[in-house]
Design a protein around this ligand. Sequence first.
Ligand code: CA
Length: 242
Amino acid sequence: MFVAFPIEGLAVRLVGPTNVLGRVEVYHNGKWGTVCDNKWTLNDGHVVCRMLGFSKSIKVLKASAFGGGKDKIWLTKLQCNGTENSLFDCKNAAKLLGNTGCTHKQDSGVECKEKDMSKICATQILTEEGSIHSPRYPNKYPVNVVCRWVIQIPPEMADAQQFIKLTFEAFQVEYQSSCAYDSLTVFDGTEGNKTMLGSFCGVDLPPPLYSSSAQMVVKFTSDDSMNSKGFNATFEFTSSLG
Ligand SMILES: [Ca+2]
């Protein structure tokens, strides 16, 4: 069975009224916890928002503006410069880790600015081996997106390696019996009913998929509600189908 869990130091969530606004919670040592509002600045907010796949923070909020959390208060007085990949990379993150002396009346909040969705999910052409993932992975993917990745074996490599292999590392997409809400669909060559290798949703890891040609199209769509963690997959060029 596939069990999804947050990634240490890289998972953050907003607990609040909308997906761009809420109490900041970070995952550490197997537990979600909050961030104290001592010296909570817009630069700290920028790090949170970018971790979630947003462009930046518009506003930071103090004094449990979205209600207090429970259990751990992991961080305080972070002094981020705003460009870190994780709050745990900020200057003072390690100093008072878990021993902030704060109460949940001081939980921090943030409001993030949405990225332009057309840019998030612009079609990407990929001609080198690598990996792809749903937007914001390992955090929840956005609603109402259609993303496409066109994977191509470059002509100079196509003699030696004729096929593309797609291998899933993680998969968690809203389930519906015919994947009508959110789905990941893979095509051999170009996009079309006849070239479809499979359409997937739910929590079962799809099997490795192979193109019989030098091109594979991967399409991810989400509807307007119920998002999940999404997927992460690697692809390679290969000379054998299995
Ligand atoms: Ca959905």
